[in-house]
Design a protein around this ligand. Sequence first.
Ligand code: UFG
Length: 337
Amino acid sequence: MRIFLTGGAGYIGSHTLLEVLSQDHEVCVFDDYSNSTPESLRRVETLTNRKFKTVEGSVLDPQCLTQALQEFKPDAVIHFAGKKAVGESVEKPLMYYENNVVGTLNLLRAMEAANCERIIFSSSATVYGDPQFLPITEDHPLGATNPYGQTKLMAEHILRDWAQSRPTASAVILRYFNPLGAHESGRIGEDPNDIPNNLMPYVAQVAVGRRDRLRVWGNDYDTPDGTGVRDYIHVVDLAKAHAAALGFGETHQGCETINIGTGRGYSVLDVVGAFELAAGRAIPYDIKPRRSGDIATCYADPAKAKRLLGWRAEHDLADMCASTWKWQSQNPDGYDS
Ligand code: UFG
């Protein structure tokens, strides 16, 4: 298959790129490197010994996007390009709506011009808001609590309407829970631009000495140890879910929404403990007040992914911590190391 990856140089994009290349697909990566670096692509090329096309461009540039798609003529698009920091989205909502909503519109228009009707979209468990029941199934009520979540919900609506308007189109919306970990080689991984907001990159930077102490946002939640519980999913499992969705999209028509998680929740202190074991060093932390907008517990019902995609998560929390540590210790300053 010919696959067009927007945002293919990013954290999830680069792991998915590696996975689809190893399955012999032809790939074109479209990325503006605003939150990534071409170094991740060079490393994937070395790891897979496969060549692929790259186009430097933004999803906010319809002309560039259309030209890239018309030249490459993909069978399917995987759309990762987008902004993803919750806090930043509250400060710069217009930038988020523009990148994530207008960017998706531009992509669908360019796909129409290139006669491509299959798309896999990166959505997020954030669209479930504060969970009303657990585990979360795909028919759980939706509701975003911040602009980032709103943009994901809007893009989902657009994709659903688009797929409905075209009898032979396929849109597969993957709602990720909390991605962690890195490729087993330790050559690619998560490399946040600024101070990390998310738990694992922060823990990893404390372990490697780039930050002093972890701040645990609240230990008074209604959870076994009082800290927040999430469904952490290994990024390599997540990449494999995209590969499975590509196969599913070949015969599927319409729009399908699928949770990608493990079905198991771990607390912040569980993650800290697992990371300490993997890295063989202590992670000093302080308990701080709750972070605004955080929820107590969130984990997926992943049964639909098993049923439709034949996919389920294979890696556990220990694998996620060990691979993160390998990546972080070999690349203490990320791709600049
Ligand atoms: N946490 C800390 N200290 C930190 C960072 C996080 O204690 O420095 C805690 C949080 O309070 C939470 C847990 O670790 O209990 C996980 O927090 P993350 O920021 O890693 O992840 P979130 O669940 O808040 O959000 C993530 C993504 C969102 C996405 C959401 C989907 O950042 O983009 O998962 O559920 F929408």
